[in-house]
Structures are given as structure tokens and as C-alpha cells.
Design a protein around this ligand. Structure first.
Ligand SMILES: [Zn+2]
Length: 306
């Protein structure tokens, strides 16, 4: 078994000096150990401090990068918010325009003879300016829904009704069959028989004019009768559709054929005094569903009756 070497308890520091006796110190064995320890401590501290400095630099850089990111994000957020608010404003503008459209549609409905339905429309307005995405999305959804509803109503209900109304209006007799000043010499209804005793029913109005004055159709339609009658003399009857018919009598000459389509205002004949007549005039009758009605409401106000 090898002998254990005991560490010396003391050391001798020996410094050689040429030409002179060397310097010697007796020191405790602890001194070099202490020196070594101090050296180690110093080195460790230096290393630790250097490391800490490096870490702190890295941290600082990280913080700077992070704060840059935060700044960029908050800028993006601000941009998004203002973009969102701009969108919300646009949605609000669209809702305003929709309101105007709905008003127009209301007028159109009235024109088409449609009654307003009692249905309440869903509240279309959301608070504007909050700028949160949900609000804007809701606004656009509302705009979209109302647009679809408007489109549906316009094409499904208003347009057909409008076409029907306009077609009926186009077929409705309007104005005088004479385009020269005239007056109602004899009105619609029961009157004294101008040719004898008693009373008779007069199923139209008598409008005097010069012999040969042009007689115009008061609405477009098809000529359904052209001929001679003991009462109306030479006459023309036009069917306008929608239950409307007109008759023009006492003509001196007829200008259309049976089955012919005529436009509103087209000349159908000329004033005469044929049939039961006391002087040149046109007898004008309006029929609604084959029943003679007073033509006055159809004449308008162009020539007031005397
Ligand atoms: Zn008459």
C-alpha cells in the first residue's frame, strides 16, 4: 500500500538575488490556497459579470423588438378600426339609399294600385360608429337582406301589378272622340224622346261637330263591329280589352274595317247625321263589361259640357 503523502503545513518562498544572499519567507500552507481561491473568485465574478452584460444586451434588444411589434400592432389595430368605421359609414349610407328606394317602391306600388302590406319590416338600423366588426357585419347583412326583399317585392309583386295597371290604363277610353271644340248636346240617361212622345234611355253622349269632322278612337283596340243601325246609322264599335268597349255613331263615312286593330287617336270615321239624328254629331257610348255607362268620367276636362 503506497504511503499517503501529507500536504506540507508550511512553504518557504525563496527569491534568488545574484551576488547577494537570497530572500526567504516562511508562509503557512493556507496562503497559496487562499491566493488560488481569490483568483478563482475574481475570474468567476468577471465571467459572470460579462455574461450578465451580454444577457442584458440581448434582453434589451428583445424588449426593443417587442415594443416595435406592439407599436406596429396597435397601428394596425387603429387602421383596422378606422377602416371598420369607414365600412360602417358606408353601410349606413347604403341603408339611407335603401330607405329612398323603398319610398320609390312605395310610390310605384301606389301607382300599380297595390295596397301597402301591414307587415312590419325588421329594424334595419344598427348603431353606427361603434366600429366593432360585429356591428359592421350586421349592418351589411341588414343591407343585403333588405336589398333581397326589395328585389323580390319589385319583381314578384310590384312589377306585374304595375304592368297590369298600365295595360288596363292603356286600354281605358280617355278623352273626347272629337279633337275639335264640342259640347255634350245630350247626356247619358233617361231623356225626352226627341222624335216623339214619352221618354227613352240614351246610352251615350251626343257631341255636335261639323259634317265630316274626324272621329278618333279613345283607346287602342280591335274593331268588333262596323255597320248600319236604324238608331246609330253608320257606326263603329271597338273592343279595348279589360271589359271596355266604345261605340261611335251617326257617321257620314267609316274609316276602318271589322277585325282591324286601331291605336288611340286613330281616325275611325267622320261626323255625319245617319240614323236617328237631327243634325251632324257623333253619338259616343262607353261600355264596361257590356253595360253602357256614363261616358263623362272618361271624357276628362278637355271640353267642358255646356
Ligand atoms: Zn246619341
Amino acid at each position: 500500500m503506497p504511503r499517503r503523502i501529507r500536504p506540507p503545513s508550511r512553504y518557504t518562498v525563496w527569491i534568488a538575488r545574484p551576488g547577494r544572499s537570497p530572500l526567504t519567507w516562511q508562509v503557512s500552507a493556507l496562503v497559496p490556497a487562499l491566493l488560488l481561491l481569490l483568483l478563482l473568485l475574481w475570474g468567476g465574478t468577471t465571467l459572470y459579470l460579462a455574461h450578465t452584460a451580454r444577457r442584458s444586451e440581448a434582453l434589451k434588444a428583445q424588449v426593443a423588438a417587442l415594443s416595435d411589434q406592439v407599436r406596429a400592432l396597435s397601428q394596425q389595430l387603429t387602421d383596422k378600426e378606422s377602416e371598420n368605421q369607414a365600412l360602417a359609414r358606408r353601410a349606413a349610407e347604403m341603408l339611407d339609399r335603401l330607405d329612398a328606394l323603398e319610398k320609390d317602391l312605395g310610390a310605384l306600388k301606389k301607382r300599380a294600385g297595390l295596397k301597402e302590406t301591414g307587415e312590419k319590416k325588421a329594424p334595419s338600423r344598427a348603431p353606427v360608429g361603434a366600429g366593432r366588426p360585429a356591428d359592421t357585419e350586421e349592418l351589411f347583412a341588414a343591407v343585403d337582406a333588405r336589398l333581397k326583399a326589395l328585389q323580390g317585392e319589385l319583381s314578384g309583386r310590384v312589377e306585374p301589378a304595375l304592368f297590369r295597371t298600365l295595360a288596363r290604363e292603356a286600354a281605358t277610353p280617355r278623352g273626347y272622340p272629337l279633337w275639335v271644340p264640342t259640347y255634350i248636346a245630350s247626356g247619358f240617361g233617361v231623356r225626352k224622346n226627341p222624335f216623339g212622345r214619352g221618354y227613352e234611355f240614351h246610352n251615350g253622349v251626343d257631341l255636335p261637330a261639323w259634317y265630316g269632322t274626324r272621329i278618333h278612337a279613345t283607346a287602342p283596340g280591335r274593331v268588333v263591329a262596323v255597320g248600319w243601325s236604324r238608331i246609330f246609322g253608320r257606326y263603329v264599335k271597338i273592343d279595348h280589352g279589360y271589359g271596355y268597349q266604345t261605340l261611335y255613331g251617326h257617321m257620314s263615312r267609316i274609316a276602318v274595317r271589322r277585325g282591324q286593330y286601331v291605336k288611340r287617336g286613330q281616325v275611325v270615321g267622320y261626323v255625319g247625321s245617319t240614323g236617328r239624328s237631327t243634325g251632324p254629331h257623333v253619338h259616343y257610348s262607353v261600355f264596361v263589361n257590356r253595360r253602357a255607362v256614363d261616358p263623362r268620367p272618361f271624357l276628362g276636362l278637355r271640353y267642358a259640357s255646356r
